[in-house]
Design a binder for this molecule. Structure first.
Ligand SMILES: Cc1cc2nc3c(=O)[nH]c(=O)nc-3n(C[C@H](O)[C@H](O)[C@H](O)COP(=O)(O)O)c2cc1C
Length: 142
């Protein structure tokens, strides 16, 4: 099964989670910067991750989704890191559903903020939880 995990990460918090999830799923893990819309098409499972910015997913992710064709029921999952607000993932999820993606699950944890809140997060425990989330996604693909 070909799978792809795409992330956008300003400070590296979401990148850590992307790699943790990608290693369990056996997915190629790519920074959004290096992903073309056509890369999404050839995969049977796609994960998209972002930090929370002003209550929303990163604008770069939102713009990227606008360039995708009809996803025709392709299974997706969403994940991210935040400073307390989790609704950005609902926004991300809705945008994927609007273009025909099927959401299998959603997961997030705190990420250290530029103000120093949640120092050290995502930590080992967060990454362990991310791994469990990835296992639950994989179990739906069998
Ligand atoms: C400019 C800016 C705005 C942010 N806005 C929010 C916000 O509205 N809600 C929230 O929970 N966290 C907010 N955060 C915290 C980030 O979501 C958090 O640090 C996250 O882990 C960043 O992920 P990244 O480094 O992978 O992009 C903000 C951080 C920055 C730098």
């Amino acid at each position: 099964m070909d799978s792809l995990v795409i992330y956008h990460s300003r400070s590296g918090n979401t990148k850590k989670v992307a790699h943790a999830i990608g290693s369990v799923v056996g997915a190629e893990v790519k920074d959004l910067e290096y992903v073309k819309p056509e890369d999404v098409k050839n995969n049977s499972l796609v994960g998209i991750g972002s930090g929370c910015y002003y209550g929303r997913p990163a604008e770069e992710i939102v713009e990227f989704l606008k360039d995708l064709d009809d996803l025709e029921g392709t299974p997706f999952f969403v994940f991210g890191t935040h400073g307390g607000q989790t609704s950005f993932l609902c926004i991300l999820q809705s945008k994927i559903e609007e273009i025909g993606g099927k959401i299998l699950g959603s997961w997030s944890c705190n990420g250290e903020t530029y103000k120093g809140r949640f120092e050290g997060h995502p930590d080992d425990k967060d990454l362990e939880d991310a791994n469990k989330f990835a296992i639950s996604i994989l179990s739906q693909m069998r």
